[in-house]
Structure formats: structure tokens, C-alpha cells
Design a protein around this ligand. Structure first.
Ligand SMILES: Cc1ncc(C[n+]2csc(CCOP(=O)(O)OP(=O)(O)O)c2C)c(N)n1
Ligand SMILES: [Mg+2]
Length: 575
């Protein structure tokens, strides 16, 4: 049997798993792997200055490659720093193998400095463990990769004690996880029942989510939606689950603050087909239900947890979304009679008209704000769309400017759009670097809120360190605008002042161009509308990371927000 150290086995396993670009922020407990990489020039370790950046970068890389990415963070406290991005990966289902060093196991009983029960406290993972013996290391690494990539995908965690990495043992199973075969086909009976129900539906709505893109099922989603003539809404759209330019795609439903538009989109549906999505994970409670109580819900997903998690479901179909939608579409085509097909075609036309109205309304808004002295988000995104190369990939953490971004651009190809998910701020700066590393031949543009950028701003240094040519575009509105919008909604129908100065940067806007310069990234600060286009052009021509910091309008449509939303709120009781 070959004799080797834990670290030597880990290096071999990384190669065998194809994880030769890895991410980390090391400390002394991680010395064994850092040292071993001197002898493994084929494994590229991307150094970051903080663990959240390492996780964010790995997240972008894993999503864009479709394979688990390997991350090394520092013992205990490094996990704490990484936790926000680990939460995002866990919620969004990004396959990651996260590791942290651990003190020598002989010190665990002594409560050594920085040590903790790491496997226990890494809760945002599909599986976590501490490796106690060198001989177990291959099994543990293999299992970590296998669990990360098995749908529903997600992060796993291994705690690697120093002595386990240094000790040598006879290791005869240094072999990677097997290729996964995950095209789980649906139950035939469930498909027949769902097809029968959908064929008779008069006002079907399709609610789609990210596990469609993860399964590579965009085309199948389109085919199914077209057969059905359904209006399509995204419950989550952090990857290209459906071409945004398709006439039946009517946009994302606002799941954070359920508003009237969301209710209107869903309330008339008699059958709701949910595919690969968590159904409406709102964070603001409203007592009114989203769906018509008589609506029948069909849920197709590879996540057994999400099927029927909240709402009663007529038919739950546990299957790979791509395979499941293909079989459902075939069954539906075989089931629908001529009249039903005609009705579906006419529904599709109506949906397309609604889509055209939305597009026209956005163009009106672009026109109305074009010559404003302060750049509007609409102009900012429209000019970006005009300048960015056609094959560019978007990585977005645009927050309140995200609506303008989606209005100004279409994303019709799988892999052309990624955005932050899970809810923790800080994905944009490092996540886009991971996307770029996975797509060396294509331009990547990262659109990031000024507030969001600060959670992982040190990622810019990593961009400079490895000359990763992401074009950063900052939506600089001098505030956490979404918090101000949330406050306005919260205080609807009260006399309370929603303009709370804790929620803006108090007249001290960030100059992100200067911050970028401090991290060795070229920064361009833009205030005048007429300077915007040239700044974009310069950034895309640079062939290196550049940050364009765009000062944009932060006017709040308080009344419109309040008109649209009637929350339960404590002040209403005493009014
Ligand atoms: C780690 C973390 N901390 C705080 C929050 C709360 N939060 C959500 S959005 C937001 C503000 C985002 O501001 P910015 O990026 O400037 O976008 P804008 O709302 O101005 O468009 C904050 C602070 C969060 N989601 N995650
Ligand atoms: Mg902001």
C-alpha cells in the first residue's frame, strides 16, 4: 500500500477531483497544505484577504463551472468570517467543499487557542465532519465532494487537524468521487396526473427557480411553457432559468416584500406549476395568501425538502428538473386536444402583449430620466448595455438598481447571468472573480451596490493580484436604499417619518474609485451623465480589472411604495 501524509493525499485528491483552482485565506493551522502546494504548481491557490471573499469567489467559480470548488479558511474564526457567504451557498445550493485547519488533536482536550468544535458549528452545510485519522482522509474528502455535487447541491465542510495532515499512513483509496448520474426521471403516474391537470388549466402560471439552471434545463422549461401557453414568473432568478427576452417571461415576483404586482401575477392562476424553486420565501409577513385558495399546485423539483414545504400540493414530482420537464412536456403534448392547444396559443399571445407593455414602460422611464442632471439607474444600465460586449457575462449584486438592469438587458443564454443569492451581502465583488476565472475567454461585468461592495471590498486586491479582468460597475447612491424602501413600506399608513438617517451614509458617500486605487485596481469615478459612456468603454478595453464608480440618483418614490403595500404593522393598531 502506498504510504503518504494526509496532505499528500489531499493534493492528489484535489487533482483527481479536477479542483486545481482553489480559494483561501490561510492561517498557521493551514500550514501543511500551503507548504505542500510548493510542490504542486498545477494547483492554483487564489489568495484572498478575508474568508468571506474566498467563499464568494469559490461560489462564483463553482456556479460557473458547475463543479464543486474547494475552499480553505482559517480555523474557527475564519469560519465565522466565511459564514455569510457559506449561508448564501447553502441557501442557493452551490457545491463547495470548505475546509479549515484544526489544532493537533492532542490539544483539543486542552481547549487550545482558536480551537472549537468546528464540524458542529458549521451549520450551513449539507454535511460536516472532523477527520480524526489520516487513514480516513480519502474517505472524508471523497464523501465531501460527493455530497456537495449530489442534487440538491450545496456546501460541505471538513475540519482538518494539523497532525492528521502531517502523519503518514498506508492509504490505498486515494481515489476521487465517482462521476454523478443525477438525471433522476420522474414517476410515470405523477407525470400523467400532472399532464391531465395542466391540459385542462385555464389560467396556468409557471413559477420557476434556480434549480432549473443548475440542472441545465432552460430549453426544457421554454418548451413546457410554450406547450402550456403559461405566463412565466421567476421565484428566484440568480442564473438563467429562462430566457428573459422570451415573450412569456414576465419577470421575477417580488418575494422579499410581497407587493400588489406579485399578488396580481398569481391570484388568478387556477394551476400553478412550480419548478426548481422555493415558493415565495418572503421576509415581510402579510396575512393574505398569495394564491387563490382553489388553485392547484404542481411542484417538480429535485429537492424533496422544497416540494410541499409550505403550500398543499396536488402533485409533487421528485425528479431532475430537466428530465422531469422533458417528460412532462411530452405527456402534455400527447394529452392536450385541439381546443386546449388553441387556448394555450392564445394565452401565450396575451402574455406576450403584457411583456411588450412592460418593455415599453421601461423605455418610457429611460427616456423620461435620460437628461436628469444626476444619472438615473435606468440610464446607467442602458448605457452599460450599449457598451458591454455581446458575449459579456453579468455578475450582479445591484440591489435596488437590479430592476433597471433587468429592464435594460436580456439574458437568453445559459451562463450569461449570475447574481447574489441567499441574502447575505458581499457576493458581487468576489463572486464575479470566480465567474471570470471559470470563463477566461469572456468579459465579465460585475454590477454592485455601494453598500454591498463594502462587505467584501478586499476582493479587489485579489483581482489585482491575479490580474482578473472583471469590469466593476458600482451603483453609488450613497445609501442602503433598499432599507429606506423597506422602512417606507413598513410605515405605510402611519405618521411616522420613513426617512431615517441611520439608513443612508449621512452625506459621506463612499468614493469607491479611490478605494479601488488603494487596492491596486484602476478606479474611475463618474458623476456627469456625459462621462459615463467613455468610462465604460475605457474599462472594457483595459484588459485588467477596472472599477467604474457611478454616482446615481437616490430619490425615493415613497408614496408609490406605500400605495402598493399594506403591511401588518404595529403602528396601525394604535392609529
Ligand atoms: C451581511 C449582510 N448585512 C446586512 C444586510 C442587510 N441589507 C440588505 S440590503 C442592504 C443594503 C444594500 O445597499 P446597496 O448595496 O447600497 O444597495 P441599494 O439598496 O442602495 O440599491 C443591507 C444593509 C444583509 N443583507 N447582509
Ligand atoms: Mg446603495
Amino acid at each position: 500500500m502506498p504510504r503518504m501524509t494526509g496532505t499528500q493525499a489531499l493534493v492528489q485528491l484535489l487533482r483527481a477531483e479536477g479542483a486545481t483552482t482553489i480559494f483561501g485565506n490561510p492561517g498557521t493551522t493551514e500550514s501543511p497544505l500551503i507548504d505542500a502546494l510548493q510542490d504542486a504548481p498545477d494547483i492554483k491557490y487564489m489568495v484572498t484577504l478575508q474568508e468571506a471573499s474566498a467563499l464568494g469567489m469559490a461560489d462564483g467559480y463553482a456556479r460557473a463551472t458547475g463543479k464543486p470548488a474547494f475552499v480553505q479558511v482559517h480555523i474557527s474564526v475564519g469560519i465565522a468570517n466565511a459564514d455569510s457567504m457559506l449561508y448564501n451557498a447553502f441557501k442557493g445550493g452551490t457545491p463547495l467543499v470548505v475546509t479549515a485547519g484544526q489544532v493537533d488533536t492532542h490539544l483539543l482536550m486542552q481547549d487550545a487557542i482558536l480551537s472549537s468544535n468546528q464540524a458542529e458549528r458549521t451549520r450551513y452545510s449539507k454535511w460536516s465532519a472532523e477527520v480524526l485519522h489520516t487513514r480516513e482522509l480519502p474517505m472524508a474528502v471523497r464523501r465531501a465532494f460527493k455530497m456537495a455535487k449530489t442534487p440538491p447541491t450545496g456546501p460541505t465542510f471538513l475540519s482538518l487537524p494539523w497532525n492528521v495532515m502531517d502523519e503518514a499512513d498506508e492509504l490505498n483509496d486515494v481515489v476521487p468521487s465517482s462521476p454523478g448520474y443525477y438525471r433522476v426521471r420522474p414517476d410515470v403516474q405523477a407525470v400523467e396526473k400532472a399532464a391531465a391537470l395542466l391540459a385542462k388549466a385555464e389560467r396556468p402560471v409557471m413559477l420557476i427557480g434556480d434549480r432549473i439552471a443548475q440542472a441545465g434545463g432552460m430549453k426544457e422549461a421554454v418548451a413546457l411553457a410554450e406547450t402550456l401557453g403559461a405566463s412565466v414568473y421567476a421565484g428566484s432568478y440568480t442564473e438563467v432559468n429562462f430566457p428573459t427576452g422570451h415573450p412569456q417571461y414576465l419577470g421575477g415576483v417580488n418575494v422579499g416584500w410581497p407587493n400588489q404586482a406579485t399578488r396580481n401575477a398569481l391570484k388568478d392562476a387556477d394551476v400553478v406549476l412550480v419548478v426548481g424553486a422555493d415558493v415565495l420565501p418572503a421576509y415581510a409577513y402579510t396575512p393574505e395568501p398569495f394564491f387563490n385558495p382553489k388553485a392547484k399546485i404542481i411542484q417538480l423539483d429535485i429537492s424533496q425538502w422544497d416540494i410541499e414545504k409550505k403550500y398543499p400540493v396536488e402533485i409533487g414530482i421528485l425528479a431532475d428538473p430537466k428530465a422531469g420537464m422533458a417528460e412532462l412536456n411530452a405527456a402534455l403534448q400527447a394529452t392536450m386536444n385541439g381546443e386546449e392547444q388553441e387556448a394555450a396559443r392564445s394565452r401565450a399571445v396575451t402574455a406576450g402583449e403584457g411583456k411588450a407593455r412592460r418593455k415599453a414602460a421601461f423605455q418610457e422611464r429611460v427616456k423620461a430620466t435620460w437628461n436628469n442632471p444626476v444619472i438615473s439607474p435606468e440610464r446607467m444600465m442602458t448605457e452599460l448595455a450599449q457598451v458591454m460586449p455581446r458575449n459579456a457575462i453579468m455578475a450582479s449584486e445591484a440591489i435596488t438598481s437590479g430592476g433597471a438592469l433587468m429592464g435594460a438587458m436580456d439574458f437568453n443564454e445559459p451562463g450569461s447571468f449570475y447574481s447574489a443569492r441567499g441574502g447575505a451581502l458581499g457576493w458581487g465583488i468576489p463572486g464575479s472573480l470566480g465567474v471570470q476565472l471559470a470563463n477566461p475567454g469572456r468579459p465579465v461585468v460585475a454590477v454592485v451596490g455601494d453598500g454591498a461592495s463594502m462587505y467584501t471590498i478586499q476582493g479587489l486586491w485579489t483581482a489585482a493580484r491575479y490580474n482578473i479582468p472583471v469590469v466593476y460597475v458600482i451603483c453609488n447612491n450613497g445609501s442602503w436604499r433598499i432599507l429606506r424602501e423597506g422602512m417606507a413600506r413598513y410605515l405605510t399608513d402611519t405618521n411616522r417619518n420613513p426617512d431615517n438617517e441611520l439608513l443612508n451614509f449621512s452625506g459621506l458617500p463612499l468614493n469607491l474609485a479611490k478605494v479601488a486605487e488603494g487596492m491596486n485596481v484602476e478606479g474611475i469615478h463618474v458623476e456627469k451623465p456625459q462621462d459615463l459612456k467613455r468610462a465604460y468603454e475605457r474599462a472594457f478595453a483595459a484588459g485588467k480589472p477596472v472599477l467604474v464608480d457611478v454616482a446615481i440618483d437616490d430619490t425615493m418614490p415613497t408614496k408609490a411604495l406605500q400605495d402598493d403595500y399594506r403591511p401588518f404593522n404595529p403602528y396601525q393598531v394604535t392609529r
